[in-house]
Design a protein around this ligand. Structure first.
Ligand code: CU
Length: 124
C-alpha cells in the first residue's frame, strides 16, 4: 500500500514545493543592477521587490569592509526602497539583503556591482 502511494505523494509534494517557491518574495531589480559596472558612484541603491516586503537587513560591503548606509529597518512594508549610500570609491561592492515577504517568509539574497570611473562601456 505504501509503495503504491509513494509515487503520487512524492509528485504532490514536489508540486507543493514548487508552488511555494513561486510565491516567494524576490528582488525584481536593483540600481545598480547585479553584475554591472557604473562609472559614477551611486548616491543611493534602489531595490524593487515583486511585492510589498519589510526590508530587515541591508548591508553594503567592499571586501571585508562594511559601509555605513542610510538603512534603518522600519515596520511598514513597501515594494520600493532607496537606501542612501556614503561616498563610494572605486571598487567592487556587495549588497546583502533580507526581507520578510507577505507570506511571512524571510528571504535573503545578495548582489554585486562595481564602481569604475574608467569603465569604457558603462552599463548604466
Ligand atoms: Cu515564501
Amino acid at each position: 500500500m505504501m509503495k503504491i502511494l509513494s509515487k503520487p505523494l512524492a509528485m504532490l509534494a514536489l508540486m507543493l514545493v514548487s508552488s511555494l517557491a513561486l510565491a516567494h518574495t524576490g528582488l525584481k531589480e536593483s540600481t545598480p543592477a547585479d553584475g554591472t559596472t557604473v562609472k559614477m558612484a551611486p548616491a543611493a541603491i534602489d531595490l524593487v521587490f515583486n511585492g510589498d516586503v519589510r526590508l530587515i537587513k541591508f548591508e553594503l560591503s567592499s571586501g571585508d569592509q562594511e559601509m555605513e548606509t542610510g538603512f534603518k529597518p522600519v515596520a511598514e512594508t513597501m515594494a520600493n526602497y532607496s537606501i542612501a549610500t556614503p561616498a563610494l570609491s572605486e571598487g567592487s561592492y556587495t549588497v546583502n539583503w533580507a526581507v520578510i515577504g507577505a507570506d511571512g517568509h524571510t528571504v535573503t539574497n545578495s548582489f554585486s556591482f562595481s564602481v569604475d570611473a574608467a569603465a569604457v562601456a558603462a552599463t548604466q
